[in-house]
Design a protein around this ligand. Structure first.
Ligand SMILES: [Zn+2]
Ligand SMILES: [Zn+2]
Length: 760
């Protein structure tokens, strides 16, 4: 343990200099490898609980800001607490480094994306370490490392082999300015999330992820995920968008049989039309040659956009009609992408009398709405379910991403790169400046030989969207870094650490979670991770509210961030951590102001000023008095009661990630201890008895240990002032403070009250 540098501390006003404490204890933890992941092969206690805590990975698109500080402060307080509870802990993070955000930031700075990512990761590691986050950095990763993205490519091949990745021409959101396809969430309201330019819906041949494959299982399993918070569950429900209804047999205009979905089975009599998705796999059967008509193509090129509503979305009236046996009249056939948004790529019965959106569509198409009881209906139906979630594009016409391991051969067609040839390396010297398509223009990359026939062939020049990297970022941490070049999804340590015990992430990651859940089930179904029978990667999931600034989410994208480094320089790690925990319940958004910082700074400074001289007295106290609190006095018995209550409250709050209550518990105990001293002095004519002073210091030591998960640097310092040699971060969670049970028994051997050394 490094010696306390008293000169520095005492020179400063108030004697508490966070920067010195932060540096000293971070160095001590680093030197002693305090947060190294326990080696499973050295484990002697088979009953020791295993816990893997995974906070979401930052994008390398800017500097660390207070949004990160919040998630990592909450995660780290929880981890430090559970470590003290005896759990074997895996706790790390990695960097989501591929993709448009990193590329654009690099272009803005006039350096290559690889250079930018390296700088950015270094800054992140520095800032998170400076915040005192107890990550095991040896387990970290960067998604653009070759040994990492070879597994992303492996994953692509596996998914392709199992028809979970497929190629199709689809209409996609496209940004002219960024020259790329965007995910639906990146083009909300027809506006590009990065450049704020308009997006268009255009036809393009793309690689798609079959998100719909596991929609039903992912939806069903939500019932069993008892460790997830309601926000996390609701985000999944809303994304999956399950609609229960019935399916009935219809006859398309061409006379072919087809299934039609109805969300309102009780109102079939009032059916007015059939609405077909432009992405319906049997669109031809529904509309015949009209599928190629200018009108329909124009409508499809507009497509469904997230900002659309039933009132604004295009509806194409084919002029054709379909029949449903049991329903008297012919039903007009409409085509509209609103079907995708509501029920997926299917055909739906439009029932204006039962559904407001259907009413709007009927009005737009000028379709007469039949009265509900107009006709008797005897339709054969069967229960059916549809999901709003749709398959999505995973390829990008950009150069900063994992290359897609596919070769196009004039003779063999689409040929997957054999697994033993992975990784397909992204050329390191690409000049990426926002113009052209550097990867597609790189001849050495593009020209290759066909893995199947050996003839001349060309590589796929689209790269994988960083969404695909995120499918499995939570998994790689479970494998030791040194093993990752050779083994990943079948590494024995995946069985030890997975599923992730606790995921702690922002409220904006529902799409990632869905895909991570699908991916886990897919691995299970191909015989990997078979110990995760339900295919659920996360046992507990907690969503942490956003940090808002000026009424908006604090994010790099909006450029309204308060940088973590800047705050750390101003107030130090502990004040920032405690303020982050104290300012709002984790589930709530936190509207950033200086007030919590000021309040928590005052708390820590007062605690330091009060505890420092008293704890220094610890080694001098009579040994028998240090063993336990002498309960022969009513006031001292109260100290025991307060300590017990604080311990119970802080323990419960930390375990439940209710960090505000945990901070409250420690602040409350501090107030009580000062009150004890005032009252004891008053009762004893000004001077504390030796047993009073001992009780106070025992209680302060208890307080320091309860505070440690939240303000670890100050806690270590105060602990060391007692003459303790061991790092607080390595000690178990404190037991209840010891006290003598029978009044009058303790106190033997203590100094008579008159000779007690006064507490300073
Ligand atoms: Zn754009
Ligand atoms: Zn070939």
């Amino acid at each position: 343990m490094p010696p306390a540098d008293e000169a520095d501390l005492n020179d400063a006003p108030g004697g508490y200099v966070a920067a010195i404490l932060d540096e000293r204890w971070q160095a001590a933890w680093r030197e002693q490898r305090t947060f190294a992941t326990p080696d499973p092969y050295a484990e002697t206690d088979p009953a020791r609980p295993i816990r893997y805590v995974f906070p979401s990975c930052p994008f390398t698109s800017g500097n660390a800001h207070l949004g990160h500080a919040r998630i990592y402060s909450v995660s780290d307080a929880f981890v430090r607490f559970r470590r003290a509870q005896g759990d074997a802990i895996l706790f790390s993070t990695g960097f989501d480094a591929f993709g448009l955000p990193s590329e654009l930031e690099a272009i803005r700075r006039g350096i290559t994306p690889a250079e930018w990512v390296e700088q950015c990761c270094e800054n992140f590691r520095r800032d998170f370490s400076a915040l005192g986050v107890s990550f095991d950095w040896e387990r970290s990763f960067v998604t653009c490392e070759e040994q990492h993205y070879q597994w992303t490519q492996y994953l692509f091949l596996l998914l392709y082999e199992h028809d979970l990745i497929f190629r199709q021409t689809r209409h996609v959101d496209w940004c002219d300015s960024c020259q790329t396809v965007l995910a639906r969430t990146q083009a909300e309201g027809g506006v590009c999330w990065r450049c704020d330019g308009p997006t268009r819906f255009v036809p393009l041949e793309q690689w798609f992820f079959r998100a719909t494959r596991y929609a039903a299982e992912n939806d069903r399993n939500l019932e069993t995920l008892t460790g997830w918070d309601p926000n996390a569950l609701n985000a999944q429900r809303s994304l999956i968008g399950r609609v229960a209804g019935v399916e009935l047999d219809a006859v398309t205009p061409s006379g072919a049989p087809a299934a039609v979905f109805a969300a309102a089975p009780d109102a079939l009599a009032a059916a007015a039309f059939v609405a077909v998705s432009p992405n319906h796999p049997q669109l031809d059967a529904w509309v015949g040659e009209l599928g190629d008509s200018e009108a329909l193509r124009a409508m499809r090129s507009m497509g469904w956009r997230t900002g659309d509503s039933a009132g604004t979305v295009e509806v194409f009236d084919t002029g054709l009609t379909a029949r449903v046996p049991g329903i008297e009249c012919e039903l007009p056939v409409l085509v509209s992408p609103i079907v995708d948004a509501r029920h997926g790529a299917t055909a739906s019965l439009g029932i204006p009398a039962a559904d407001a959106t259907d009413a709007t569509i009927a009005e737009k198409a000028g379709i007469a709405v039949p009265a509900e009881d107009a006709r008797a209906v005897d339709v054969v139906t069967r229960p059916a379910t549809r999901y709003a979630i749709s398959d999505f594009s995973i390829s990008r016409q950009r150069s900063w991403g994992a290359p897609i391991p596919i070769v196009y051969c004039p003779d063999c067609g689409i040929v997957p790169v054999p697994r033993e040839q992975l990784p397909v390396v992204l050329p390191k010297d690409l000049r990426i400046d926002g113009t052209g398509r550097p990867l597609a223009e790189c001849e050495e990359f593009v020209n290759t030989s066909c893995p199947s026939c050996g003839g001349a062939a060309r590589r796929e020049t689209d790269t994988l969207d960083c969404h695909v990297d995120a499918f499995w970022t939570w998994l790689s941490i479970s494998v030791p870094y040194g093993d990752r070049s050779r083994r990943m999804f079948d590494h024995p340590e995946t069985a030890r650490w997975l599923p992730v015990t606790n995921v702690i992430r922002g409220t904006d990651g529902a799409g990632f979670v869905f895909d991570q859940r699908s991916f886990t089930k897919m691995l299970r179904d191909v015989g990997l991770l078979t110990h995760i029978e339900d295919g659920e990667p996360f046992t507990n999931q907690r969503m942490i509210g956003l940090v808002r600034f000026d009424g908006r989410k604090m994010s790099k994208h909006l450029r309204n961030t308060v940088e973590l480094k800047e705050m750390l320089e101003q107030v130090g790690a502990d004040t920032l951590r405690v303020a982050m925990l104290f300012s709002a319940a984790p589930k709530n958004d936190f509207h950033w102001t200086d007030e919590p910082i000021r309040r928590c700074a005052v708390f820590l400074e007062e605690l330091w000023a009060y505890a420092e001289p008293r704890l220094r007295r610890w080694p001098e106290l009579d040994a028998s008095l240090r063993e336990c609190i002498d309960g022969s006095d009513r006031l001292r018995r109260k100290v025991v009661t307060w300590c017990d209550a604080a311990r119970a409250n802080v323990t419960r709050a930390l375990d439940a990630l209710e960090m505000k209550h945990a901070v409250d518990g420690v602040m409350g105990l501090f107030d009580k201890l000062r009150e004890f001293e005032r009252r004891a002095r008053a009762a004893r004519g000004g001077e504390l008895e030796a047993a009073d002073e001992a009780a106070l210091v025992i209680a302060l030591r208890h307080l320091v240990r309860l505070l440690a998960p939240m303000a670890p640097h100050l806690a270590e310092e105060l602990w060391s002032l007692c003459g303790e040699q061991e790092l607080l971060a390595t000690l178990p969670w404190p037991e209840p403070v010891p006290r003598t049970s029978a009044p009058g028994r303790a106190g033997t051997g203590s100094r008579p009250p008159g000779q007690a050394a006064p507490a300073r």
